[in-house]
Ligand binder design. Structure first.
Ligand code: MG
Ligand code: MG
Length: 249
């Protein structure tokens, strides 16, 4: 069952989205060489407290933090840790969400720690562009497959690959609602987008092959070939005047 949200409901999700954007700003500022990924989680917790928002990550199937921190070859779901010290040349994906009055928002960004190599720069740029290409397709009457095709087209043109095991999702009174939103597949297929649908689109793009592996902690998803991966996500509403990205300041 795919729900359509009213203008009032989307207004609450917009408030949650602003909190997520502020969490990202603080996390990006904290993500410096010498900091730990637990430091990044700590500043995100402060934003949630300050804004009177709750975390949709903390306690999710037992997840112990409010942010997923995924460096280098970690694709998604990395657990913040005092043992993971960021260093110059790393890349870090920061994924977090917030709940305001029962309504959720969810977004992710990948950043450079200091000076990074050219391939990592290109990987970050292409992944961001693949999300932007998908957002441009969030128009009433378009189909879900148009989003995946946009992501895959951008990533593959750059010689990168798209992760298939993890996908985007509808979002509303739960973080993960129907439908699933793959980052691949043919255009013109799948559900038609309607006003009031709210989607979390989240391409995960690998520098090498698309294969993934989960570490023994049950969370951390890495690339099987050890090459780097980037992740961008926004929560987007389908409106009668095109896409509205809710996870912005
Ligand atoms: Mg998500
Ligand atoms: Mg997310």
């Amino acid at each position: 069952m795919i729900t359509r949200k009213s203008a009032e409901q989307i207004a609450l999700m917009r408030r949650a989205g602003k909190v997520v954007a502020e969490m990202h700003e603080e996390c990006i500022r904290a993500a410096k060489a010498g900091a730990t990924t637990l430091d990044v989680d700590a500043v995100a917790r402060e934003v949630l407290d300050r804004r009177g928002a709750r975390s949709n990550f903390l306690g999710y199937h037992g997840f112990p933090a409010v942010v997923c921190t995924s460096p280098n070859d970690v694709i998604v779901h990395g657990i913040p840790s005092s043992e993971v010290v960021l260093k110059d040349g790393d890349i870090l994906s920061i994924d977090c969400g917030a709940i305001i009055e029962g309504w959720h928002a969810d977004a992710a960004v990948t950043v450079a720690i200091g000076d990074i190599d050219d391939e990592s720069k290109r990987l970050i740029d292409v992944t961001r562009e693949s999300l932007e290409a998908a957002i441009a397709q969030v128009i009433e009457g378009n189909r879900l497959g148009d989003l995946g095709a946009a992501v895959e087209g951008r990533a593959e043109k750059a010689g990168f690959t798209v992760v298939r095991e993890y996908v985007g999702h509808g979002i509303g009174t739960a973080m993960h609602e129907e439908p699933q939103i793959p980052n691949y597949g043919p255009a013109g297929r799948g559900m038609k987008l309607k006003e009031g649908h709210v989607l979390a689109i989240e391409p995960m793009v690998n520098a090498g092959g698309p294969e993934t592996e989960v570490l023994n902690d049950g969370w951390t998803v890495i690339t099987r070939d050890g090459r780097r991966s980037a992740h961008f996500e926004h929560t987007i509403a389908v409106t009668d005047h095109g896409p509205e990205v809710l996870t912005v300041p």
